[in-house]
Write a protein that binds this ligand. Structure first.
Ligand code: FE
Length: 216
């Protein structure tokens, strides 16, 4: 392997970007934040702490919840009855944003798909930030109108005798799909199962697969 030439300055191209004048929203955010702090409505560290909380949320959390539901019937029952309470009680996941969590179980006969037709509402406490495609109009509009075609574009073919249920998220009601446990995982530990669960499977656009490699 050829050594990469490190004589040129890597920062030269990156620097102008960070020095660019702030855009409209950046200016608005700064002005609003400074006003809130000045009027003592929030502390200076509060926004940073909140960002830290948001950044701590990733699909790894949701994956743990799903795997637990696969191995623990009592947890699964409680999760389906009240997603938020089960996540709070068993995993200590805080719901900082006052949203409800409804967990939708995929079965042999029902496949669930989650969307926010209005904007980008998403179960952030358990999945973190939504992927870009989730926020785009193409997905938001078509997931409701033609879910079978949208799923096919993700490589997911749902048999005709399986009902597709599309759930539209709101500011206060968020959904998480409990995907089906793949066949051949009967002897998997909870940890091994957790590793199989992907973000997209918890949105409902793909199933959980035993082979996750790109060439599988
Ligand atoms: Fe939304």
């Amino acid at each position: 392997m050829d050594a990469h030439d490190h004589h040129h300055d890597h920062t030269a191209t990156a620097a102008p970007q960070t020095e660019a004048p702030p855009g409209y929203y950046e200016t608005m955010e700064t002005a609003l934040r400074e006003l809130l702090v000045e009027k003592k409505l929030i502390g200076a560290g509060e926004i940073r702490r909140q960002i830290e909380v948001l950044d701590s949320r990733t699909p790894a959390l949701g994956a743990k919840v799903v795997a637990r539901a696969w191995v623990d019937p009592d947890f699964r029952r409680r999760l389906l009855a009240n997603g938020r309470t089960a996540c709070e009680q068993d995993f200590g996941i805080s719901f900082y944003d006052d949203t409800e969590l409804i967990v939708l179980e995929n079965t042999e006969k029902v496949h669930n798909l989650v969307v926010c037709t209005l904007c980008s509402c998403y179960p952030r406490p358990v999945l973190g930030l939504p992927p870009d495609w989730y926020k785009q109009k193409a997905y938001r509009a078509r997931a409701v109108r033609d879910p079978r075609a949208v799923l096919a574009e993700f490589g997911t073919i749902i048999p005709d005798d399986v009902e597709i249920r599309v759930s539209d998220s709101t500011a206060v009601v968020r959904f998480l799909v409990l995907p089906r446990r793949p066949e051949g995982t009967e002897n998997f530990s909870e940890e091994e199962l957790t590793a199989l669960v992907t973000r997209d499977s918890m949105i409902g656009v793909v199933p959980v697969q035993l082979q996750t490699g790109i060439l599988s």
